[in-house]
Structure formats: C-alpha cells, structure tokens
Write a protein that binds this ligand. Sequence first.
Ligand code: FAD
Ligand code: DLZ
Ligand code: SF4
Length: 507
Amino acid sequence: MTIIIPVLGDQLTPTLPALMQADPQNSVILMMEVMEEASYVPHHPKKIAFLFSAMRHFAVELRDAGWRVDYITLDEEGNSGSFIGEVARAIKRHGAKAIALTEPSEWRVMQDLKGWQAQLNLPVTICPDDRFICSADAFAEWAEGRKSLRMEYFYREMRKKTGLLMDGDKPEGNAWNYDSENRKPAGHDLFMPTPPRFEPDAITRDVLDLVGARFADNFGTLDNYWFGATRADAEQALDHFIEYALAAFGDYQDAMLRGEKFLYHSLLSLYMNVGLLAPLAVCRRVEAAYRCGKVPLNAAEGFIRQIIGWREYVRGIYWREMPDYVERNALDATRDLPAFYWSGDTDMECLRQTIGQTRDEAYAHHIQRLMVTGNFALIAGVDPKQLHEWYLAVYADAFEWVELPNTLGMSQFGDGGLLASKPYASSGGYINKMSDYCGVCRYKVAKKEGANACPFNYLYWDFIARHEARFAKNPRMAMMARSYGKFEDAKKAQIKKDADRFLEKLS
Ligand code: FAD
Ligand code: DLZ
Ligand code: SF4
C-alpha cells in the first residue's frame, strides 16, 4: 500500500515525525511549490527563493538517503497551485491509499488539512511536530490558571527542563537573566564579523530565475542573494556565529548602526524555522562555547533565552490564542499602514535604514523590528493586522506562529498585555541612545515640538494621550500617564497639533 507523505516547506528535517514512522519501501514523499503558499501574503522574493532552494536541496538529501521523492516545481505543467490539489494529483499518480504528515506550523494550513480526509476520501494521519522543546499542550498546561503569562517564568521552566546553563538546580552564575548587561550601543570602531555568504549553486540559480520572473513586483530585491540552502550550510553559519559573533552578541544585542545590517546577530532564525537547524542543538553548542571559556555568560544566556525562552513562548501563545488572536486590536488602532513601509521612501533615517535593509536582505534584527518599524506603527496608531501582514511578507524567517505574537502581541500591544507587560513605545531618545541614525537625520532628536522635531517625540506623547485612561491603570505605564497629565494645556495642545499635522501628511 503506497502512502503519500507531504513534507511542507518548513519541515526540512530528516527526523521529521512523519518520516520516522514511515517505511521508505511503500512511501512517496511529496514536496510541492504551490502558488497558494507563495502568495497568501506578497512574500519578499528572497524569502520565496530561500524556501524553494532549501526545499529542492532537501529533496536531494532525502533521495540520497533512499526515499522516493515526488517534487512539484512551481512552473510544472498542471501544478494546481494548492496543497490539496497537489496531494489529490499525487494520489492518482501513485495509486496511494493513505496520507501521513507532520502537523503544520500554522493555523491556516492546519484548518485546511483537517478537511483533507473528507475531501480526498482517504485516511490522513497527522503526527505531532516534536521539533520544539515545549509542545502546544505542555504550554497550555503551564499557562492554565496563571494570572500572568510572563515569558521570564516560562523561560526558567525551560532552563530546568533542558538543563541548559544550570548549576544543579540553580541557574549558572546565580542569576537567570543577564539582560541588564546587554544594552551597549555599538560604534563603527568595533570589529564587525561578516556573515558567511553562500554562493548560489545550479539549483539555487534555477530558483532565482523562477522567482525573479514570477515575483518581480513583490517588495524586495533578489540581488546579492547569500542565504544557505542545506543543513551543511546552516551548520557552517552556526559555526561562524559561534566563532566570530557570539562573544559580543549579548553586549550589542540592542545596538543599531547605519550600514551595519547584522552586527553580532546570528542570522540563524531562517534555518531554524524551516528545520535545517535544531534549536536545542544550537543552544547546546552555545552552552559548550561558554563552558570552555570561549564566550561570556551574558552572551550565552542572552542567546539561549531568545530560543528556549522567546521562541518557544511565542509558539505556545500562538497555538493557545488562535484563531481569534489575529483579529485582536486592544488599542483600537485603525490607521492604514503608511505607504513608505513598502518603499522605504521616508525622511526619517531610522525607518529609511531599517526598511531599506529589509528590502535588500529580507532581514532586520530584533530591535530594528521592535523599536523602529514596530514602535513607529504603534505610536502612529497603525492597524495591527495590516502591520502583521507586512512583517509576515518581508522577512525570510517569517512564519505566522512566530511572527504574529511578536508583532501583534509584543510590538503592538494588540492583545492588551497578554504577552508584554507594557507597550514597547518610545520617543526618539531610545533610538538615539542605541543607534547612530539620528545624527544624519533631517529631524532633530533633541527637539520636542515643531516641524523639525523628531516625529517619534510628539507621536509618543500623543500615543500616551490617546490611551491615558488605560495606561493610568497599568503599573508599568502609569508614571508616563501621570507625567502627561501634569503637562500644561499649551504643551498638550502643541503635541496634538504636531501629531495631527504629521499624521495627516502620512495618510
Ligand atoms: P538573533 O538576534 O541572533 O537571535 C537568536 C535567535 O533567537 C533567533 O535566530 C531566533 O530564533 C530567536 N529569537 C530571538 N528573538 C525572538 C523572538 N522575539 N521570538 C522568537 N524567536 C526569537 N522571528 C522569527 O523567527 N520570525 C519572525 O517572523 C519574526 N517576526 C518578528 C516580528 C517582530 C515585530 C518582532 C519584534 C520580532 C520578530 N521576530 C521574528 C523575532 C526576532 O526579531 C527574530 O527572530 C530575529 O531578529 C532573527 O534574527 P537572528 O537570527 O539574527 O536573531
Ligand atoms: C513560505 C512558503 C512559501 C513561500 N512557499 C511554499 C511552497 O510553495 N510550498 C511549501 O510546502 N511551503 C511553502 N512555504 C512554507 C509554508 O507556508 C509552510 O510550510 C506552512 O505555512 C506551514 O504551515
Ligand atoms: Fe528616527 Fe527621530 Fe532619530 Fe530621525 S531623529 S532617526 S526620526 S529617531
């Protein structure tokens, strides 16, 4: 009896549960490039190219390991454009009697898949995805009955569970979190590691031609394509990060510099998110680098926290809160996403830099996403769903399970504080402290009012004003609400005037 095993674009792991329980003799692995997935948001061409190239290389890896792989390219004649359409065609081609696959990472695809059995009239087995440290059920159990779901407490559980950076039952160095040491601004005199570039091979070149021809109108450039495509490439990127960047990762995690797109960041999210690197194995390598004295504790702890803490935590939130999570808009923000998010055409240097490098690389680091593009949208009152669709489209590592809680929850406070204890809103002062953007900006970061003042300055207070009553009840925002309340009427009126003028021009 032939069984079809669909392997989706972010399931590029040889030990995938659906593969582990299959017999290669009677299985056909089905991999599909389909328009439905390639266009549910207008993905950055580099993201599509990365997915297709990694998928095609994985098909080679599977065939070399003895599997039969049926690979459908996007331009193949008869490609129906959808997962179910391609599974139906494959059933006919192979006379298959059953389907088995690993659960998809996104709600949208899971819902679709639940209808397959009835629509295809064949048994469909869905295996749980074991590539995470905390399953969705275990997260729900942890969350059950808690008044607050702060990541920090979840993270401590994950440290205990994995034993990472533990000294018996105590945290290494006697503290769980070294974030306070991780806020140094960077300068151009620092040595910046250059991330490894992977020259496109014949497979990737074919993909680049295809994507260039089919997705030329999408935001983003294919030029200077450098992403890896295989497990070996991803391992090399990890080695490089540990060798050259990890030691300073903690110190400069929040820094931003003009022209320096990567600083000491790992650029590993895209490989982990598609299954080319196992998150726990990555963390064990980082811990080993600390244990042998190669990197300091604040770097290793800071990095491991992002993965076994934030990455696992946002996935737990996603599966617990979907499907209505995507519709939440606690701050009633309704402004359309400004057009410059799709062009980079703005005279605010911080946004110009961040959106420009997003267009060029399908990458921006966490603080650029959170405190530049996210912060601006938050204080300008942009509709969180529109912003979510932008983030989902423009980053090579963007999959809804990780992107949505980060955007809607952490960055936009759209869930009303389920994920973040306070909105990540700031005036220009924070950006000025952590970057060198403001020095060359047409706006003056030190100016609070008038046409030349940094827009983040008056938009920040306008944001506080719009939500004064709500923030007065939030222990972490009450001080700002009180400060605003004490402003003289003339100052309040000026903030409103500047914000209205700016926002009117924006729309
Ligand atoms: P590093 O800075 O080197 O961090 C190491 C690793 O930690 C990352 O590779 C990633 O796997 C993990 N990590 C760090 N922060 C987070 C976080 N907040 N949530 C989950 N994992 C984290 N990350 C994605 O993988 N996909 C997304 O679509 C995505 N969208 C985001 C949207 C917004 C608005 C924000 C604020 C953050 C988003 N993040 C997303 C989290 C984070 O910005 C990226 O993981 C990180 O920038 C990826 O670059 P890196 O690999 O160089 O990370
Ligand atoms: C992101 C993406 C894109 C652009 N294209 C495909 C594709 O053509 N085929 C595929 O299997 N996967 C693709 N992906 C990744 C999927 O969107 C991802 O695997 C699912 O969303 C998981 O729920
Ligand atoms: Fe951004 Fe304001 Fe600084 Fe300009 S002055 S770069 S707008 S924070």
